[in-house]
Design a binder for this molecule. Structure first.
Ligand code: PTT
Ligand code: SF4
Length: 623
């Protein structure tokens, strides 16, 4: 079915084959648009349809997808986001990330909803898209860091060009390399930057001159204007502008959920050196934001000591949580420096912090020695962690093994090291400690890309309503949260107006109607989200086959076995039986069987019969 575009979508997919040096425009299928909306939904549908099972994620056959949605780029709150996705080299399953960047808006203005890249360029190259004009151009920027590359490309193509790029970590196929943009926007935690590197693709540069089609331009403009006003009038607006996601730091400390020394504790002795107030008082010098956003949250901080003195870095809570307390570092200057190094090299800060912390614990427990690592890791020693981060980015010595991520490294070490690898499905856990939180642990366990918080930041509800409550209602609430939050991955816009300043969800069906001319209720949106979740799950199961099982949805072993030793919850850990009970409720509510595989009837209800037929080649589906 070809889409008769009334608006929202441009109606075109651009496919570039780097091996053949060719590109082609294809129409966006109308059914796909309505069934999956955009962004993550488009990405998983294309990966399901076009990838064969077992493709090596770092081979030319993998597909690198950059996808927008029907709201991307429109003059409505925080719409400048793009989804980057591929089969993940870190987890072996579906992987994606979300980046706020001019490239999101420019891709739509160039006339495309999605860019799909396959193959491998013979020499390091960039893809340049200027409306219908698409070129693959050899580049001498290979080896340059993400800052230098951004500067060079901006100088050549102009400050308004949308640029997505990788750093040396992506080039060297570090398994948690991200795609970067505009010196501080990062996305694709499960190694999507390594997939880009494996294609010899240093950057994508996009310039569009078209108007993004919409069904009702007047309605988009007036709804957008009213929406911006509502965002600005929020009571939380002022604090948000001052601290952004760094608000979470002190909250986590106060609630014993701050990841500390490889997620061993939930509180940190030097938290006051690193929290939002400390940032405001001593380090923050400015503010940055994504396109079309009037609640900019990028905190620009100046480093005051150490090897990166006087450099400026954009920070968020996750970065500081994972590179500060999780490494026992109480000196903000080193935390900022590690963040800067990760950004310049193009590595995910969360997985970097998780991997360095894992190595430190493994060393302390005598599972690996100084002779293997090449130095003695030490909680709180920023200089050493900077050195180790460099080793990873360059794959130098032991850095070559650390660059494979925590799970792979733990398997390599053996001796039970896996127990201390704080990850789910191979993706390192983001910065929320869960020794007392079965619901948040379940959110990590069932997140569609591995342990990431974006699909369900369930922690705040769970703490407000009672951490010790274990019932089906709690699981129901988690699923509703996943349905709502994953809408933003499909629509593709920023979820923070809703999450952080209380922007009403009722705006979104109105935006969709004005943009596309189609009516979507929240029930329709939930259905799209469930369909997307079921297809992502099917993708994982198709890859893992008989190796798939409910153990894939378990949180890190350590949370069940190593209790907190400090703070108000000392002695507490997760209970496996309770977790298993919640997981069973989760499967039941989603219509998945006890292995966590969607039932045939569930797939049929979601219009995914074609998925069931293919999945049956790999595992026996239950009715
Ligand atoms: C996101 C993850 C996050 S989530 C953070 S901080 W966060 C880390 N940021 C990194 C960074 O910076 N540099 C780096 N080298 N690695 C990093 N890894 C980490 O990546 C980000 C904001 C934030 S800041 C959040 S919560 C929200 N996330 C959204 C989302 O996921 N979807 C959505 N529709 N809207 C969102 N809005 C917010 O965007 P991943 P960004 Mg990011 C420097 O990509 O892979 O999804 O992992 O996109 O443009 O940087 O904005 O406290
Ligand atoms: Fe970007 Fe922050 Fe605005 Fe979201 S709220 S669009 S992450 S600047």
């Amino acid at each position: 079915m070809i889409l008769l575009v009334r608006g929202g979508w441009t109606g075109k997919i651009l496919k570039v084959d780097l091996t053949k040096g060719k590109h082609v425009q294809e129409p966006l299928d109308a059914k796909m648009a309505v069934d999956f909306l955009g962004g993550r939904g488009f990405a998983v549908k294309i990966l399901w349809d076009e990838l064969n099972r077992g493709v090596d994620p770092l081979s030319p056959d993998n597909l690198l997808i950059m996808a927008t949605g029907p709201l991307t780029g429109l003059p409505i709150p925080s719409s400048g986001k793009i989804q980057v996705a591929a089969k993940s080299p870190l987890t072996g399953g579906y992987g994606d990330g979300n980046i706020g960047t001019k490239a999101a808006v420019q891709l739509k203005k160039a006339g495309y909803d999605v860019l799909v890249v396959k193959g491998r360029a013979e020499k390091p190259s960039i893809i340049k898209i200027e409306d219908d004009n698409v070129e693959i151009i050899e580049t001498d920027l290979w080896g340059r860091d993400t800052w230098e590359t951004q500067d060079e490309l901006e100088e050549k193509y102009g400050k308004n060009a949308g640029i997505l790029l990788i750093g040396p970590a992506g080039e060297r196929l570090v398994k948690f390399a991200v795609i970067m943009s505009e010196k501080g926007r990062a996305g694709g935690r499960p190694g999507i930057g390594a997939v880009m590197g494996s294609k010899n693709l240093k950057a994508v540069v996009i310039k569009g001159s078209k108007e993004i089609p919409v069904a009702d331009r007047k309605a988009v403009a007036s709804l957008g204007a009213d929406g911006y006003k509502e965002v600005k009038s929020s009571k939380s607006y002022d604090l948000w502008i001052r601290q952004g996601t760094m608000i979470a730091f002190q909250w986590c400390q106060e609630n014993s959920t701050l990841p500390t020394m490889n997620f061993s504790e939930g509180i940190f002795d030097y938290a006051e050196n690193l929290n939002g107030d400390a940032m405001e008082k001593h380090y923050k010098i400015g503010q940055k934001g994504c396109p079309n956003c009037n609640m900019p949250c990028g905190n620009l901080n100046k480093i005051k000591e150490g090897p990166y003195r006087d450099d400026v870095v954009e920070i968020d809570y996750e970065n500081i949580g994972m590179l500060g307390p999780n490494l026992g570092i109480g000196n903000m200057n080193y935390v900022l420096s590690l963040n800067l190094l990760a950004d310049k090299m193009g590595m995910d800060t969360i997985s970097l912090g998780g991997t360095l912390a894992f190595v430190t614990e493994a060393y302390q427990r005598g599972l690996i020695g100084e002779d293997q690592i090449g130095l003695k890791p030490e909680w709180g020693n920023g200089e050493k962690y900077l050195r180790m981060a460099e080793m990873i980015a360059k794959r130098e010595g032991f850095g070559d093994l650390m660059a494979e991520g925590t799970l792979s490294l733990a398997k390599r070490i053996g001796k039970g090291a896996e127990k201390f690898a704080v990850q789910v499905k191979g993706l390192e856990v983001s910065a929320y400690e869960c020794h007392t939180l079965h619901g948040m642990a379940l959110a990590y366990g069932t997140s569609p890309i591995g342990a990431h918080h974006k699909d369900a930041w369930f922690i705040s509800i769970e703490i407000a309503e009672g951490r010790d409550i274990i019932n089906k209602e709690k699981v129901e609430k988690l699923i509703i949260m996943q349905r709502r939050r994953s809408f933003f991955e499909n629509a593709t816009t920023c979820r923070l107006p809703w999450v952080e300043v209380g922007f009403n969800l009722d705006w979104y069906p109105k935006f969709l109607r004005a943009a596309t001319g189609l009516d979507f209720t929240w029930d329709d949106i939930y259905q799209i989200s469930d369909r997307t979740y079921a297809l992502i799950r099917a993708f994982w199961v198709r890859e893992f086959g008989e190796k798939w099982g409910r153990h894939m949805d378990y949180p890190p072993e350590k949370w069940f076995t190593e209790p907190y030793t400090k703070g108000p919850y000392a002695g507490r850990k997760l209970d496996k039986e309770k977790y298993d009970q919640m997981l069973s409720w989760y499967y039941e509510l989603r219509g998945w069987d006890e292995r966590g595989i969607p039932r045939k009837s569930t797939l049929a209800k979601l219009g995914l019969d074609y998925v069931a037929a293919e999945l049956e080649k790999v595992v026996k589906l239950r009715e």
